[in-house]
Design a protein around this ligand. Structure first.
Ligand code: NAI
Ligand code: 15L
Length: 268
């Protein structure tokens, strides 16, 4: 699909697993791609790239980071379960700083990397949609709930639109049986971001990010306007994954949508 590219897109979390994948894949969507992370990032390879090292917990630095961008793909932050104190700066303060900077600089569209861990306490035999009550499974999942609520508030109050991506498991391959359901291929992630950037009038849309796997627990009817149509399927990995010993009947990886996150911590 062809679009008028953005003038300048910001990608946070650019040194991370998905950030490195998206660095190449976002280039067709924008004239300039600003890449940011707290960790070192590979130097700019062309004049199309700008590199800005920035701590999301630093409000002034985030304000400066957002100057001059048209839209933000916010993937930076702590991405697994940790003590609340470790999550607070990057994920809670960080998401607030991103939205405040967007408000002050007139940015109108944000793609927020939420997570399946906002609903992780649903069982794997339940089917849910974006209107199902959230059931966060971790301090990390709580921080993503906060991010989604910030997105909702900034749309209602200031008209800043967001697509919150409740990403399942986006890795080269599913690593275990649970991920046969939650796996999101990199191609399908890229397609989801493309739809999230270029679909008009998204308000605050919540969408689950999973490929067209045989058994998916999430119904995207409330995000149908995005036109997200995943093409990949985890079945190609099933035989290999099922060589692993089957988890016990009460193993969280077998019972809960959020898998092991439901049993991590506490950290004191
Ligand atoms: P990652 O951990 O590889 O990347 C996150 C990046 O954020 C890292 O490069 C890290 O240095 C950066 N970061 C952490 N604290 C920061 C701070 N204070 N300031 C600035 N940058 C900071 O995670 P991954 O897998 O690339 O995920 C990207 C995003 O997608 C994360 O927000 C994660 O929560 C979300 N997500 C990813 C899923 C997946 O399957 N990969 C599933 C669901 C959500
Ligand atoms: C996530 O939210 C994490 O960022 C990622 O590392 C995986 O753990 C993924 O969820 C998952 O649930 O598989």
């Amino acid at each position: 699909m062809t679009h008028t590219p953005f003038k300048r897109l910001l990608l946070t979390g650019a040194a991370g697993g998905l950030g490195k994948v998206l660095r190449e894949r976002l280039k067709g969507f924008t004239e300039v791609l600003r890449l940011s992370d707290i960790s070192p990032i590979e130097p700019a390879s062309t004049a199309q790239e700008e590199i800005v090292q920035c701590d999301l917990a630093d409000k002034t630095a985030v304000h400066d980071l957002v100057a001059g961008v048209d839209a933000i793909i916010h993937f930076g932050g702590v991405s697994t379960e940790h003590a609340f104190e470790d999550i607070l700066g990057p994920n809670i303060c960080g998401v607030f700083h991103i939205y405040e900077a967007a408000r002050k600089h007139g940015v109108k569209r944000i793609i927020f990397a939420s997570s399946n861990h906002v609903i992780g306490f649903y069982r794997q035999d339940e089917r849910i949609d974006a209107h199902s009550q959230r059931r966060p499974d971790s301090y990390y999942g709580l921080s993503k709930c906060y991010g989604e609520d910030v997105a909702s508030f900034y749309f209602d109050r200031y008209g800043i639109e967001t697509v919150s991506l409740r990403i399942g498991s986006s890795f080269p391959e599913p690593a275990n049986r649970r991920m046969l359901s939650t796996w999101l291929s990199y191609d399908d992630l890229t397609h989801l971001i493309e739809r999230s950037l270029f679909t008009p009038d998204v308000g605050h849309t919540v969408v689950y990010g999973a490929s067209a796997n045989r058994e998916v627990w999430w119904d995207n009817r409330h995000a149908a306007h995005l036109g997200f149509q995943p093409k990949d399927c985890s079945e190609q990995f099933r035989a290999q994954v099922e060589k692993q010993p089957a988890p016990a009947a009460d193993d969280p990886n077998r019972v809960y949508q959020g898998g092991a996150f439901v049993a991590a911590g506490p950290f004191d």
